[in-house]
Write a protein that binds this ligand. Structure first.
Ligand code: COI
Length: 327
């Protein structure tokens, strides 16, 4: 069978694509660029294609369908970048992957600690030999009440890690999980907003939670609340967050994701004027850490992403059940 891989990166994914394509006897076609209507023709003759988090809108899904694509496999956990309605309507299967939740959970804890200990300011000052103390006093995690919104695999791992810090943990999810109850108390969203010193987001982006963190929810939060987002940018209304930071209501933020990051992250744009004012404003604040959607980026995760992308296509081709099928 044949698989066409978009956004192919030989420097980190290459060894795993070689390993798993020979293990599953799959012929690969590759292209470093993200899929577009212009380069969609490359998939002619391929029933399976692999993509990452670049926009796959209705027109592109339609074009792939016309070219004979049977399945779009995204080597990511999230699939909000793909027009699932169009795929379902046309009978194009969409599949995601799973990878160790520890990569994102580790990174979340790092952003939490960096925010609580004002690490951006400490590092910026140390780099210019400013070793003064005013303005960089931190707080202690043991004195925090932390709210985790979303208790899927990543949220659960973060909660388990937090149990070692001695802080109080509240959790929110539509579906409660018994493991979480060992370490955290499930509460409603308003309790998370009103009682927590730090709030961390761990849910997929859906129509129902777009801008979950907005002017109204921020108004309910404790003064100096710290907001951490390693999930999806559009869970937070960036303008409302900026206003919260400007007023001092929000004390700090650790953001691995931001709204409108498509077309920016994973490209070298150092000579370009970026088309995302909110990102630039947020990045400029001393109490906001912005990283370019890197929480996933470990050796283990890349191995899992490539392996599961290839295996899911192989399973479908061989008429077996695909545990990663989305539609
Ligand atoms: C995902 O797997 O959903 C991620 O967020 C990581 C991806 C951007 C590579």
């Amino acid at each position: 069978m044949k698989l066409f891989v978009y956004s192919y990166r030989d420097f980190d994914e290459g060894e795993f694509f070689n390993k798993y394509s020979s293990e599953y006897n799959i012929e690969l076609g590759t292209c470093r660029e993200a899929p577009t209507l212009e380069n969609a023709y490359l998939v002619s003759g391929y029933a399976y294609i692999s993509v990452i988090t670049t926009k796959i809108d209705a027109d592109l899904v339609t074009r792939f369908h016309e070219l004979g694509v049977k399945m779009i496999s995204t080597r990511t956990v999230g699939y909000d970048h793909i027009d699932l309605h169009k795929a379902e309507e046309l009978g194009v299967q969409v599949s995601n992957v799973t990878y160790s939740p520890n990569c994102v959970a580790d990174y979340t804890i790092m952003l939490m600690l960096m925010s609580v200990r004002k690490m951006k300011r400490i590092m910026e000052r140390a780099n210019i030999n400013d070793f003064s103390l005013p303005g960089i006093q931190g707080r202690e995690m043991q004195n925090f009440t932390i709210g985790i919104i979303g208790t899927g695999k990543i949220g659960r791992t973060v909660i388990k890690y937090l149990s070692g810090f001695g802080c109080k943990v509240y959790a929110y999810d539509l579906f409660e999980n018994s493991e979480v109850k060992q370490y955290a108390e499930y509460v409603d969203l308003d309790t998370i907003y009103t009682k927590c010193d730090m709030i961390s987001l761990h849910m997929p982006l859906e129509d129902s939670n777009y801008h979950l963190i907005n002017k109204d929810s921020i108004a309910k939060m404790k003064d100096k609340v710290i907001i951490i987002n390693t999930a999806r940018g559009a869970l937070i209304d960036s303008v409302a967050l900026i206003e919260g930071l400007e007023s001092g209501k929000v004390g700090a933020a650790g953001l691995d994701v931001v709204e409108k990051e498509f077309g920016l992250y994973y490209y070298d744009l150092k000579s370009r004027v970026l088309d995302n004012r909110e990102l630039l404003i947020l990045r400029g604040y001393p109490n906001v850490i912005v990283t370019p959607h890197m929480a996933f980026y470990t050796d283990q995760a890349i191995d899992d992403m490539v392996h599961h992308a290839i295996k899911s296509c192989w399973l479908v081709e061989n008429g077996k059940e695909n545990p990663w099928q989305v539609v």
